[in-house]
Write a protein of this length. Structure first.
Length: 204
């Protein structure tokens, strides 16, 4: 639907950077995720948007708990702590009338495992930080189709005008931290993250 077609072998650079590699590894799953997200539909309702955010809360809450655990254990060389978004989703849902108690009790994904290595962590960050790029497209659609403004739409506004800077800084930190021999471990982790989200969005 958007610009992320699966790369043909001839369009993959001979010596891809880490993020070029991750993009080609996950392009098929990105297309699948786009197809299960209802957010670009012109007839999207506020109720559908709200239930989508509840699903995202159920995915990001345990994932960011694992990332916090990783930071405590291995340090924050990848600037993870400033990238957390669960609070944004929570605030958006409160602004839509949800209660803190209901949100605390909403379903959370129990299948997100402990992050055991830096290359695995980078694979996860690639997925959730890359999502902030597409979020800019989603934000414009939500502004057009629902009667919302940025004060009630923090998650899909994301880093706003800082989005590209945040992405570029992760890309260079990750490139310096992951060895060539570890690319495949990051790739498997990025695929697993996309797969878990896809299953979660399809099931819940
Ligand atoms: C309707 C839903 C979505 C749309 C329309 C969409 C669209 C896009 C677009 C247009 C880009 C390229 C932005 C640019 O190059 O400036 C992008 C990048 C990306 N998106 Fe999405 N996206 C969606 C959902 C998601 C979700 C749910 C995730 C993961 C949680 C995700 C992960 C990524 C990643 C990792 C990239 C970076 C690709 C790269 O390496 O360049 N996207 N998305």
């Amino acid at each position: 639907m958007h610009e992320l077609q699966t790369l043909s072998p001839s369009s993959i650079p001979a010596n891809p950077s880490l993020f070029e590699f991750l993009k080609s590894e996950t392009a098929d799953l990105h297309l699948s995720i786009e197809s299960v997200m209802p957010l670009l539909r012109a007839d999207l309702t506020l109720a559908e948007y709200r239930s989508h955010l509840i699903k995202m809360l159920g995915f990001y809450t345990p994932l960011e708990a694992r990332l916090s655990q990783y930071v405590q254990e291995f340090g924050d060389g990848l600037s993870i702590a400033r990238r957390f978004k669960t609070q944004w989703i929570h605030a958006d849902l409160i602004a839509l009338g949800e209660s803190t108690i209901d949100l605390a009790e909403s379903p959370k994904n129990a299948g997100i495992s402990k992050i055991s290595s830096l290359p695995k962590c980078v694979g996860i960050l690639y997925v959730i930080e890359g999502a902030t790029l597409g979020a800019q497209v989603i934000r414009r659609s939500l502004l057009n189709n629902l009667n919302l403004d940025d004060t009630r739409m923090h998650f899909y506004n994301g880093y706003g005008s800082e989005t590209l800077t945040m992405w570029q800084s992760l890309r260079s930190q990750a490139q310096n931290a992951v060895k060539d021999s570890e690319y495949s471990e990051s790739g498997a982790s990025a695929r697993e993250t996309f797969r878990l989200l896809l299953e979660w969005l399809r099931a819940s």
